[in-house]
Design a protein around this ligand. Structure first.
Ligand code: FAD
Length: 482
């Protein structure tokens, strides 16, 4: 597409502030800045008030490397600055004479407040802000009930969202005119990667952060796995889902691009775009989480249903530690927690079971679990994570009822029937047969001996009895609701 105005390299630059949109493709803020005719000054700011968890920092380092290469190749190198955006951006505009800033909107409470304040500070300095939707299928105020209210229930939300028409994605521009580069930090000086110990080996083996990695994963998923997604998505023993979540979190691919690619592939494969529905519905759950958090910002830290404020949470540090280390004695929970530790990701079915175990079997506050996930997940996302934990706890909007308590043994037998998922993350149980792998404490001693398992030594005994824990959780639930 031709630019609206020819770019004058000496004109005041347009700052493009990259936040959670670390891509060139289908990036509305970048596209609008390029079309404005001003030379571009792309910037990423590491905000000390908004530091991601350790696994996400690892991802961010690699994603910034990839974005920086892509921008440099196109003529506009990425500037890195560390500090509060409220200090950095006005200073950068003053340094460079920029009169315009472009960004894609964020929706979490702190980001909304920060951006609102920044807009007025920048306006006073004569810098115009233009903001866009680059992260959601539809923005939280664009999906409304018949009464004009936000949705609280997913199914009608999805019905309304999925009927909207999403514009075609914007192609990645091939070339930009860069502004005279401003001073930049060196990425390595930010020390985002772990050293001593370098625990990121499993992350390196599993992921390719950056826009190219996101595009490759999307293409491979729609070609090879999307048609089986509906049946395979609940099975952790195979790669049945897209694993796009960290790429989506950092905005290395847009949900709008995913929507169009998935529907086009489904149409080519089956003659109907509807074959992409069950996958796109999950992308819709992501939009729903942002919708909830935007309209009920308190839910990132407080129970959405305030009656849960009276819940008698336990403060059992030993049990919490066993959960984080994957040593609860329940193989499916332990496999999930170790998958998380090794790869920075956990299968959705197992996230539900592991979260339910913490909240209901151990009666530990969902916020402690959410914080652990935020430190260890490569896809840690405040809106999705908090909404999901509240969903499991029963305290959230459209949540699973509290009294639905996952049985980790039955969940294992149903969704990992041969025990292959457990075998790959809990090697001390690898030789146990499928009949006992999800309930090793019921295995006869000769079976355990043959499999090289000594309960309480090579693998823990269950830290709580399922039946006892279930009864305790239900009794607590009845009590606090009185
Ligand atoms: P796919 O099944 O391929 O789905 C495609 C995309 O849809 C995902 O990449 C994701 O962006 C979105 N999606 C899928 N499932 C959900 C869901 N249940 N809710 C909202 N969006 C969804 N997801 C995160 O991205 N970040 C988190 O911090 C996070 N924390 C979670 C915590 C708990 C306790 C639970 C139960 C779920 C959490 N999820 C989180 C949701 C979900 O588990 C992951 O999005 C999913 O497992 C990612 O794998 P995938 O990309 O292969 O998903």
């Amino acid at each position: 597409m031709p630019r609206e105005k020819p770019t004058d390299r000496n004109a005041p630059p347009a700052i493009v502030w990259f936040r959670r949109d670390l891509r060139i493709d289908d990036n509305p803020a970048l596209d609008a800045a390029a079309r404005s005719g001003a030379p571009l000054l792309p910037v990423f700011i590491l905000d000390p008030d908004e530091m991601p968890g350790a696994a996400s920092l690892w991802w961010l380092h690699h994603s910034l490397t990839s974005l920086s290469d892509a921008l440099r190749r196109r003529g506009a190198p990425l500037i890195l600055r560390r500090g509060r955006p409220a200090d950095i951006l006005p200073r950068l505009a003053a340094e460079t004479g920029a009169k315009a800033i472009f960004w894609n909107r964020c929706y979490e409470p702190h980001a909304v407040a920060r951006d609102k304040a920044l807009k007025s500070v920048l306006a006073e300095e004569g810098v115009e802000v233009s903001s866009f939707n680059g992260s959601l299928l539809a923005e939280p105020w664009q999906v409304k009930t018949g009464n004009g209210d936000p949705y609280k229930v997913f199914t009608p939300f999805w019905r309304s969202l999925s009927q909207q028409v999403f514009d075609a994605p914007l192609a990645a521009p091939e070339k930009f005119t860069g502004a005279t580069p401003a001073a930049s930090d060196a990425l390595n000086d930010w020390n985002l990667l772990p050293v001593k110990p370098d625990w990121a080996g499993g992350l390196r083996e599993t992921w390719q952060p950056g826009e190219q990695g996101a595009q490759d994963r999307l293409a491979a998923f729609v070609d090879e796995r999307m048609s089986a997604y509906r049946d395979a998505r609940d099975l952790p023993d195979r790669e049945g889902t897209s694993r796009l979540s960290p790429h989506l979190h950092w905005g290395e691919v847009s949900p709008r691009r995913i929507w169009h690619v998935a529907r086009a592939a489904a149409e080519a494969q089956t003659g109907s775009a509807a074959a992409a529905e069950s996958f796109l519905r999950e992308v819709g759950w992501r939009d729903f989480a942002f919708h909830l958090v935007f309209h009920w910002p308190g839910m990132v830290s407080e129970n959405w249903k305030s009656e849960f404020d009276a819940f008698p949470w336990a403060s059992d540090d030993a049990a919490f530690l066993a959960w984080t280390k994957g040593k609860t004695g329940y193989p499916l929970v332990d496999a999930g927690m170790r998958e998380l530790w090794q790869t920075g990701w956990m299968h959705n079915r197992v996230r539900m079971v592991a979260a339910s175990f913490l909240i209901k079997h151990l009666m530990i506050d969902w916020r402690r679990g959410a914080e652990w996930f935020e430190d260890t997940l490569v896809d840690a996302d405040l809106a999705v994570n908090r909404a999901s934990w509240q969903w499991v706890a029963g305290s959230g909007a459209d949540a699973a009822p509290y009294f639905r308590i996952f049985n980790p043994v039955l969940q294992g037998e149903k969704f990992d029937p041969a025990g292959e998922y457990v075998r790959s993350y809990v090697p001390e149980l690898a030789m146990l047969d499928a009949r006992h792998i999800h309930r090793p404490w019921e295995a006869p001693s000769d079976v355990l001996a043959k499999a090289g398992v000594t309960l309480g030594k090579s693998y823990p005994k269950p830290i709580v009895d399922h039946g006892v824990a279930r009864a305790r959780a239900l009794a607590a639930y009845e009590e606090f609701r009185k």
